[in-house]
Design a protein around this ligand. Structure first.
Ligand code: DAH
Length: 360
């Protein structure tokens, strides 16, 4: 019996040692120690033995079981170690590879300029206000002192909507950002310092006009505001925007229904190598409209003109972008041509800051 067991043990240990992978090893374990296994079978014979036999055979059989169990554990550790080595050698991760491909898209010049405006005016204590693009005709015109019979209504080439609002007022695609003035004065108590950039619409289409375009409105309502505050604000804004200290403004008397007095603001420029360069006072170009908020507009919004004064201005954003970044056809802004966007577009992470330069 003893030598049989010895032979059995040698064979088992040999097979365990030869098991090529964890799968084969598990098969050997089941064959020896499983419910139907050879060693388990031997253990079961102990019960039927006489005490003497059991005394002799017991230690041998238990010894066999122990040797097999140990051999399996040792082989398992070896095989697992080899498998790990194998994985480490093959599954290599190159930590120097970029995490993600660089972003494909670019920021549209109009968005870039809007960000620049927000940054510049935030520094002057202004916040950004918004209003809907489908506006009621009262806020777009009447409240701004443009009554129904006023020729300015016709000048705006307005897109009218089919429907009216809940109060029966005709709805229009806003022809300018000025209705945001009205909304702000209706919903906020002065002092008010806001800019309102956004989309505007007029039925017009050529190299310098598109049916959809962008404006930025500025509005200040406070006590004791004068034209001098307006001029300083515009100068500070335009010097920061064009990143030049030699920006010179010229205020010309003008007319807008919602301001009194009204001024048209020209900016000085020179021609260098056939290109328009802002700065100086050689030549003048019209840039924006502005003025002191008309007392009737204040009253339409429930403000007492005896207490509150203010100035307002409105400026084309597309034009600001063209002047700074050198595009000459407005229509290209809205063509969605990828080559144009890649040429003029801005990197998504180039966030304008006053300290880093609001330009790109
Ligand atoms: N809303 C005017 C336009 O679209 C621009 C404008 C002029 C806005 C004078 C103003 C202003 O706030 O004071 O032509």
């Amino acid at each position: 019996m003893g030598s049989d067991l010895d032979q059995m043990k040698q064979e088992m240990l040999g097979r365990i040692q030869a098991a090529g992978d964890l799968h084969a090893l598990e098969a050997e374990r089941v064959a020896a120690l499983g419910k139907q296994g050879a060693v388990t079978g031997l253990l079961k014979t102990l019960g039927a033995m006489s005490p003497e036999e059991r005394q002799r055979e017991g230690p041998l059989i238990h010894g066999l079981r122990e040797a097999v169990t140990e051999a399996i554990a040792a082989r398992k550790a070896t095989l697992e170690g080899e498998a790990l080595e194998q994985r480490l050698a093959t599954e290599r991760l190159d930590m120097t590879l970029p995490v993600a491909p660089p972003a494909e898209g670019t920021v549209h010049p109009v968005s870039q300029v809007m960000d620049e405006l927000a940054e510049i005016f935030a520094d002057l204590g202004f916040s950004v206000a918004t209003g809907p693009e489908i506006e009621d005709d009262w806020r777009n015109f009447t409240a701004l002192n443009i009554p129904e019979t006023h020729p300015a209504r016709a000048m705006h080439d307005t897109f009218y909507m089919d429907r009216a609002d809940a109060e029966g007022r005709p709805m229009v695609l806003r022809t300018h950002t000025s209705p945001v003035q009205i909304r702000t004065m209706q919903s906020q108590q002065p002092p008010i310092y806001i800019i309102a950039p956004g989309r505007t619409y007029r039925s017009d289409n050529d190299a310098t006009h598109t049916p959809m375009f962008h404006q930025v409105e500025g509005l200040v309502i406070d006590r004791g505001i004068t034209l001098a505050n307006l001029k300083w604000t515009l100068e500070t804004f335009l010097k920061a925007y064009f990143e030049r200290d030699d920006i010179v403004l010229r205020l010309r008397p003008s007319y807008f229904p919602f301001t009194e007095p009204s001024v048209e603001v020209d900016v000085g420029y020179t021609i260098q190598n056939g290109r328009r360069v802002l700065g100086g006072s050689d030549r003048w170009m019209e840039l924006l409209g502005s003025g002191m908020v008309h007392p009737r507009v204040l009253a339409n919004c429930g403000l007492d003109p005896e207490i509150w004064q203010g100035f307002a201005f409105g400026c084309g954003i597309d034009r600001l972008a063209m002047l700074k970044y050198g595009m000459d056809d407005l229509r290209a802004f809205f063509d969605g041509d990828l080559r144009w966007l890649r040429h003029y577009g801005f990197r998504a992470l180039d966030v304008p800051t006053l300290s880093g330069g609001v330009g790109a």
